[in-house]
Design a protein around this ligand. Sequence first.
Ligand code: ARG
Length: 271
Amino acid sequence: MKKLIALLLAAVMVFGLAACSGGSEPAAGSASVIDEIKTAGKLTVGTSADYPPYEFHTEIDGVDTIVGFDIAIAQAIADDMGVELEIVDMSFDNLLMSLANGEFDMVIAGMTSNEERLKAVDFSEPYMVSKNLILVKSENADKYKTLDDLKGAKGGAQTGSIPYQRCVEYCGEESSVGLAKVQDLVMELQAGKLDLIFLDYMTVLTYAAVNDDLEAVDVNIPTTDSGYCIAVEKGNTELAEYINGVLAKLAESNAIEEFVVEAQQQAGMEE
Ligand code: ARG
C-alpha cells in the first residue's frame, strides 16, 4: 500500500496554488460576516459525506462521525475564527442551492469551481488540483485502456457532479446513470449493473484500495477544471478572503498533505 499513498501525494503536490494567492485581511465593514459567525459561535459547513478521503462517515469510539481532509480544512478555518464547526450532510446535488438559500456559511465537498457554478456562488482559491479516474471491477480492468473504450459502456457518476458530465461525454447519454450517493454507485458496480464509475482521482484510489474486487483505471480523461475550492454565497467576498488567508497558511505549512494522509488512514488505506 506504500505505493498508493505515494501516488496520492503525487496528486496533491499541486498545492502551491493556494499559497501564492496570499491571504488578505477581510475588509472592515459594519455588518461583518465574520463577526456574525463569531457571535453565532459556529461555522456551519455543507458537505456530501460520501467521498473518501475528502469527506466520509466513520465510527470513532462507537459514534458515527464525518471525517476527511476537507473536514480537517473546515476545522482549521473554524479554529482560526475561534468557533465550533457544524457539519450539515446532504446530497452533493443540493449543496449549492442550499448555500444560496443561506442554510450554511460555506460548502466544502471536493467541489471543483467552474463557470456554471460561479453563476450561483463564489469560490475560494483552489486548495488542490486533480483529475478523474474510473473505478471498475478488477476482472474488467484490462478492457478499458483509452477514452474510446468507454463508448457505450454502462457508466455511473454522482448526479450534479463534473465526473457525471465526463461520463455522458465518454460513455454516451443513454449509457450514463446518475445517482445521488457515491456508495450506491459503488454497490451497483459491484453488483455488475454498471461497468464503470467516474470519480475524482483520490476517491477512486481509496475505493480500489479497500475493496479487493475493484480497481482504479486511468484512461487519461482530460481535465479542464480549475481545482477544488470552497464555495461561499455569491458576493460574500469577506468570507472568501478569510478562507483564502487560512488556505494560504495551511499550504505553507504542508498541513493539507498531512490531512490527506490522515484521512486515507481513516478511510482504511494502510500505510
Ligand atoms: N469534483 C467533483 C465535482 O466538483 C465531484 C465532487 C463530489 N464530492 C462529493 N463530496 N461527493 O463535481
